[in-house]
Every structure is written in structure tokens, then in C-alpha cells.
Design a protein around this ligand. Structure first.
Ligand SMILES: Cc1cc2nc3c(=O)[nH]c(=O)nc-3n(C[C@H](O)[C@H](O)[C@H](O)COP(=O)(O)OP(=O)(O)OC[C@H]3O[C@@H](n4cnc5c(N)ncnc54)[C@H](O)[C@@H]3O)c2cc1C
Length: 413
């Protein structure tokens, strides 16, 4: 066994770990940053990001009080942590720029990591959005004497006299002990850990598509729980509804996203029945479907106007993500179209009487402004669906898990 001493050990080299490591090195600490991947810049979700900079869905340069109130209004957040976060969002953006991370702001308040080339269909992580940001942070880290060590998998926190004194890591079979006054866990979420996904999200949720890095296996969460940390909000994830083809064909994830199909369409189960309020948006709908008994059995029904509206704009900007139309139809994306709802049901293999009845009730309720009274209410901006009808089998895609170790405003547990 070998042992390394430093002031701070950071575990996980995504944007969270690099940011913590660089800032501590700037302040004069001797920092070691570990990553279990062989990559020079980790191998987490940061390398797959589209680079949109939002703070709770808002401009991160918004007033801290506005950020605080909007996140607290969701009803699940912790005041101390949200306060610390809200007060630092704007500073963090300026600090990243100071570190050499290049951002663009094509419209006021919409900040993006500057891509070097257009975002494309899978594998989008080969593109250079997050990669360029991490490369800039790594250069600054090394400039301040930071040490980056890859192929080192942290497995256990060193817990002595009621203090965390570092971490035990494995380099192949070799045990390496890293000791430091502070230890930062920034290993991403647990989206790639099927057992944790089943335990915390839903008992069939391991059938969801992993729409992110395979490295996010919940190691930090597990290590923290082992030393007595408390975890919260583990049931929520951020994700979307990709075509079900994404389960077997990597070209169908992480893009295109089908948000507008959810906003304007109707989601039914294998029997042709609605089971969720589509008006809550595709992230909430993906969460609900992931918790259902038939995770892979849902179909989105929408009409021609929605399909036409989902085309790539001619003047695409680099940061824009790819659109569904015509990608899905050009690439056998499990998209069906029929002039009658019975014909569509038959093509997809859904009970046609049920589907026709569901559609009838849905359209009547929308026409009479009573969609809130449906057995499964329909909120949002839906309109009655008219022929020709489109159907697309979908699956929840987990981009990253939301909850984690309960920390205070200084990220301590
Ligand atoms: C397709 C896609 C698009 C996205 N688009 C956006 C977007 O537009 N805007 C946005 O804000 N977010 C977006 N995200 C989410 C965003 O990328 C992540 O939230 C963010 O990058 C997470 O950073 P992180 O540092 O926490 O984790 P990660 O970048 O996942 O890094 C975790 C690191 O920890 C390492 N690690 C794990 N376990 C261990 C261990 N035991 N020992 C050592 N190392 C370990 C991994 O190898 C990895 O390098 C997107 C994500 C995906 C997948």
C-alpha cells in the first residue's frame, strides 16, 4: 500500500471536482484530484453536456434572492444549501471565465459553454463542449501545482476519531491511501448503477435508458452513507423521453429530445389509456413513467402540426441540439403515422377501441375547457388531436440523478 498526503483530496474529475480542485489550489492548498477513468479529463457527464448554463431554469446571473425563491418554491430543497448556492451562482460564472472557460450568450441571459463545433447526434460526448471547459480548468489546476491522478477508483472514506481524513483508492489491485484535511466527493450521481436506480427511483426503473455516462455509479453516495451521512431526494432524476429505439440503437440518444411532443401530445400505455398529466412537462413525465410497472410500454400520440414544428431550423446555431424531424423518420425511429386512430393503434399494437375512446374523451375535454376534470387531468398548452395521427414509442431516459448526500451551505455533511 502507498500513501499520499495533501491538504485536499477531490474524488471525481467532472466540472464539480475540477472547480473545487482549481479553487482550492488557487487559494494555496496542495490538492490531489482523482478519477477512476483512464481519461485525461475524467469520463463523466461533463464530457456529454450540451453546455446550457441555467440555475434552477434561470439565468445564473439573476439576483440571489430570485434564484433562492424560485428553487425554494419547489418545496423539496434545503434553505441553507440553496442560500449558499444562490449567492454563488453569478460569481461561479465569472470565476469560470476568469479560469479560461469560454462562454457564449447568443441571447441575453442564455449562457452556454462555447462549443468548438456543432452539437451532433450520438455520440455527442465526442464533441468538445464540456471537454474544452475541463481542459481550461485542468490547465489552471496544473498551473497552481494541482496533481491529477487517473485510473484511481476511490472505494472507502478514511473515518478516524469522528473525522474524515481522506480516501482509500484502488489503482488496479494496488491500494493507495490519500490523506488530507478536506475530502470532496464529486463523483456524479448514481444513474448508471442499476441496483441503486431500482432501490431509489422505482423497482422497474433499471429498464430506463441511461442517457449519460456509465461512470456515474453512485460511488460517492455509497461511501458517504457508509460513514453515516444522510441522503435526501434520491427518487428524482433529470431526464427526457427518447424514442424507445434508444434502448438498442445508440444513434437515438442523447438527442433528439421530444419535449414538444409531450407538451402538445398525449401519452398512453400499452392498453391505450392515459396515465399521467403530460402538461407537467417531459422531465416530470419521464420520472412518473420510470416509477410505473411498464416502463418501456408507453407511446406518445401527436398530430401533424407538432411533427412539422419539430423541424431543424435552417439557421442553426452551434449550441442548438438536433431536432426530431426528419431524423426519426429518416432513421427508422419507431415513428408511426396513420390517417385514422384505429389504423395507428393497429400499426403500434395498442388496443384500438381503448385508444379511440381515450382520444375521444381527451379531445372533448380540451374542446370544452374541462381537461382538468379528466380522470387523469391534462394541463398545459394541449389542443385537440386531429388526423393524421403520429405515434412514437418512448422510454424514460435518465440523464442524471438529482438527490444525494444532505449537505449544509458549505457542502459539508
Ligand atoms: C447528454 C447530456 C446533456 C447535458 N446537458 C446539460 C446542459 O445543457 N446543461 C447542464 O447544466 N447540464 C447538462 N447535463 C448535465 C451535466 O453534464 C452534469 O450535471 C454535470 O456535468 C455533472 O458534473 P459532475 O462533475 O457532478 O459529474 P461528472 O461530470 O459525471 O463527473 C464525475 C466523475 O467522477 C468520476 N468518478 C466516479 N466514481 C469515482 C470513484 N469511485 N473514484 C474516482 N472517480 C470517480 C467519473 O469517472 C467522472 O469523471 C447534461 C448531461 C448529459 C448526459
Amino acid at each position: 500500500m502507498s500513501a499520499i498526503s495533501c491538504d485536499m483530496v477531490v474524488v471525481g474529475a467532472g466540472i464539480a471536482g475540477f472547480s473545487a480542485a482549481v479553487r482550492a489550489a488557487e487559494m494555496g492548498a496542495a490538492v490531489v484530484l482523482l478519477d477512476k477513468s483512464a481519461g485525461p479529463l475524467g469520463d463523466g457527464n461533463t464530457l456529454m453536456t450540451s453546455g446550457s448554463f441555467r440555475a434552477g431554469g434561470r439565468n445564473p446571473r439573476s439576483q440571489p434572492s430570485e434564484l433562492y425563491q424560485s428553487v425554494m418554491a419547489e418545496g423539496v430543497a434545503y434553505p441553507d444549501l440553496v442560500k449558499g448556492w444562490a449567492e454563488n451562482c453569478g460569481h461561479a460564472v465569472e470565476w469560470l471565465v476568469h479560469c479560461g472557460v469560454t462562454l457564449s450568450e447568443p441571447t441575453p441571459g442564455r449562457i452556454w459553454l462555447e462549443p468548438g463545433s456543432a452539437i451532433c447526434f450520438a455520440p455527442v460526448y465526442k464533441k468538445d463542449v464540456g471537454t474544452r471547459a475541463l481542459a481550461a480548468l485542468k490547465a489552471r489546476f496544473e498551473q497552481f501545482g494541482g496533481r491529477y491522478r487517473n485510473n484511481l477508483k476511490a472505494v472507502r472514506l478514511i473515518h478516524e476519531h469522528n473525522h474524515i481524513c481522506g480516501v482509500i483508492a484502488l489503482k488496479g489491485n494496488e491500494i493507495v491511501e490519500f490523506r488530507g484535511a478536506s475530502t470532496i466527493l464529486s463523483t456524479g450521481g448514481f444513474s448508471a448503477n442499476k441496483e441503486m436506480v431500482r432501490r431509489y427511483i422505482g423497482k422497474n426503473a433499471d429498464q430506463c435508458k441511461l442517457r449519460g455516462s456509465k461512470r456515474c455509479t453512485g460511488d460517492g453516495l455509497r461511501m458517504a452513507l457508509e460513514v453515516g451521512a444522510k441522503a435526501v431526494n434520491l427518487q428524482y432524476f433529470y431526464g427526457h423521453l427518447p424514442s424507445r429505439k434508444a434502448l438498442t440503437d445508440d444513434r437515438f440518444w442523447p438527442y433528439p429530445r421530444l419535449d414538444s411532443f409531450v407538451d402538445e401530445g398525449m401519452l398512453v400505455d400499452r392498453n391505450g389509456n392515459r396515465f399521467v398529466d403530460e402538461g407537467r412537462g417531459d422531465v416530470a413525465v419521464a420520472n412518473e413513467l420510470a416509477r410505473s410497472t411498464d416502463v418501456t410500454g408507453a407511446t406518445l400520440i401527436f398530430n401533424h402540426a407538432t411533427w412539422e414544428g419539430a423541424k431543424d431550423a435552417a439557421q442553426d446555431s452551434n449550441s442548438k441540439t438536433p431536432a426530431p424531424n426528419p431524423w426519426l423518420s429518416d432513421n427508422d425511429g419507431a415513428l408511426y403515422c396513420h390517417k385514422s386512430i384505429a389504423g395507428l393503434a393497429e400499426a403500434i399494437g395498442i388496443n384500438s377501441e381503448n385508444l379511440a375512446a381515450t382520444l375521444g374523451q381527451y379531445n372533448r375535454a380540451l374542446q370544452s375547457n374541462t381537461s382538468g376534470l379528466l380522470a387523469v387531468p391534462r394541463t398545459g398548452k394541449a389542443r385537440p388531436l386531429r388526423a393524421p395521427f403520429y405515434g412514437l414509442r418512448v422510454v424514460p431516459g435518465i440523464t442524471f440523478t438529482m438527490g444525494g448526500v444532505l449537505v449544509n451551505g458549505r457542502c459539508q455533511f
